[in-house]
Design a protein around this ligand. Structure first.
Ligand code: NAD
Length: 469
């Protein structure tokens, strides 16, 4: 497999076959601004062919027993093991940072259940929806695609994957590899221009959109999906707070808070985007965080010891620089940071903004880059008000040696996940979803498959079948 597979030529995968296009595009290596390989831009005919193939494949794939689907996906997963180095290399080139492929459990369970009711027995059946489009962002090309298509396929749907045009390479290759294990049309991938996402969302033969990306795009998708009553799972942006209580070991906690903010160059949906430190330890925490941030080596992801790679693309780099300019213009103090040494790459030093007002742009907006505000707090009730005063509600982290206090604070936060004494770490095995404008629905965990199904209920008032199939 590894010997016949090329990691320098890329195709859309339609009905089990690679297909190029008359129109091509390409990404850039954000560390060097080097132009990367050509990728096809799907035409409207490609989109139609893909949806037709997915619909056709659904008829048989949806009838394959769950255990067989799981076995095929497990084989696919095992075949990826020896290729992770090459796939990681693609991720390094296209987003600037090596990424381990996030392994997904192929042993999820979704069993029909017979339930005893008051006057009847009823059977809950989980029926796959049909064709699913999985639309993903650029920050975790492999993980984001896999955490959508694996449960989608397991549940019996066929899936069309659409990577971000900023980072299409690893995803195109991942789906190409899958063709050895899955029937044609079951798992397909299309790279495209700005018209592709809307074309999928508006397509009448697509039953569900599973999406991760910005709040703005998520709202457009929700609006368009309503027209055909598509199911949607929307995993959107965040403005997650790290709350530091006065009882922590400052030296131990500061580097971890810094990592929570700057990991993957701050380009993580659940990255810390606001830091709230109790006033009694504010000065010492800020000083320790500054030291920790300074120790993070900024540079090309292919160089040993690099922790902070470049920002992934020029547009995002522009946004980060603009936020930095805004902090300077308003006279906010910063610890470390700013635009990296002049090179071709989109480098930005990890920057902490010291005590900006609550209405500063760097506090309100999702930075999605290595710049984060830090602010003192005194009163717990007021702190909770400030943290909840956001239209986003993805996650938060709380640092305290008093677990009751941390739990009391956590329970009052209007967010989907709260991590106590760690920065946020998404696990494929644990449910994950946002409150407020951070999204609709839940990914990952034991119930992930349900979101790819319609529930059907069979009511039995007399005899019932001996076995549930
Ligand atoms: P984005 O919304 O710009 O793009 C995401 C995807 O949507 C891309 O594939 C893009 O081509 C596609 N798209 C754009 N417009 C579309 C439309 N009208 N219809 C359909 N598809 C369309 O997001 P991005 O810049 O790639 O990613 C960064 C954002 O993603 C951040 O806000 C981050 O917080 C969020 N994110 C959220 C999660 C999560 O699980 N909550 C995970 C990763 C990233």
């Amino acid at each position: 497999m590894a010997s016949t597979l090329s990691f320098t030529t890329f195709y859309n995968i339609i009905d089990g076959k690679p297909r190029s296009s008359k129109v091509l595009s390409h990404g850039y290596n954000p560390a060097t601004r080097e132009r990367l390989w050509d990728v096809p831009v799907a035409t409207s005919q490609d989109i139609e062919d893909t949806v037709k193939a997915a619909k056709r494949a659904f008829k048989t794939w949806s009838k394959v027993p769950l255990s067989e689907r799981a076995a095929l996906l497990k084989k696919y997963q095992d075949a990826l093991e020896p290729l992770l180095g090459e796939l990681g290399e693609l991720v390094l080139k296209e987003i600037g940072k090596p990424r381990q492929f996030a392994h997904h459990e192929a042993c999820l369970k979704l069993e029909d259940k017979l339930v005893q009711g008051e006057d009847r027995e009823y059977r809950l059946r989980y029926m796959p929806l049909g064709v699913v489009a999985a639309i993903s962002p650029w920050n975790y090309p492999l993980g984001q695609a896999a955490m959508k298509f694996l449960p989608g396929l397991m549940a019996g749907n066929t899936v069309i994957v659409k990577p971000s045009p900023f980072a299409p390479y690893a995803t195109l290759k991942l789906v190409e590899i899958g063709q050895q294990f899955l029937p044609p049309g079951v798992l397909q991938v299309l790279n495209g221009d700005d018209a592709l996402g809307p074309a999928l969302v508006n397509h009448p033969d697509i039953a569900k959109i599973t999406f991760a990306g910005s709040c703005a795009t998520g709202k457009k998708i929700a609006e368009a999906a309503a027209r055909t009553m598509k199911r949607v799972t929307l995993e959107l942006g965040g403005n997650d707070a790290a709350i530091v209580c006065p009882d922590v070991d400052v030296k131990a906690v500061a580097p971890q808070v810094v990592m929570g903010a700057f990991f993957n160059t701050g380009q993580v949906c659940t990255g810390t985007k606001r830091i709230y430190i109790h006033k009694d330890i504010y000065a010492s925490m800020l000083s320790e965080m500054g030291k920790a941030a300074q120790q993070l080596k900024v540079g090309d992801g292919s160089e040993n010891g690099t922790i902070i790679g470049p920002v992934q693309n020029e547009m995002q780099y522009g946004k980060v620089k603009d936020l930095f300019e805004d902090t300077k213009k308003n006279g906010y103090k910063t610890v470390n940071g700013g635009i990296g040494a002049p090179t071709n790459g989109f480098y930005f030093e990890p920057t902490i903004v010291d005590s900006p007002p609550e209405n500063a742009r760097v506090v309100i907006e999702e930075q999605f880059g290595p710049i984060v505000p830090s602010m003192p707090w005194t009163d717990e009730a007021e702190l909770i008000e400030r943290v909840n005063d956001s239209n986003m509600g993805l996650g938060a982290s709380i640092w305290s040696n008093d677990v009751d206090r941390a739990t009391r604070i956590a329970e009052q936060l209007d967010v989907g996940s709260v991590h106590i004494n760690s920065f946020e770490k998404v696990s494929i095995k644990i449910p994950f979803g946002g409150h407020k404008e951070s999204g609709i629905g839940v990914e990952c965990g034991p119930n992930a498959l349900e979101s790819f199904c319609n529930l059907q209920v069979l009511h039995y008032y007399g005899d019932k079948p001996a076995e549930v199939h």
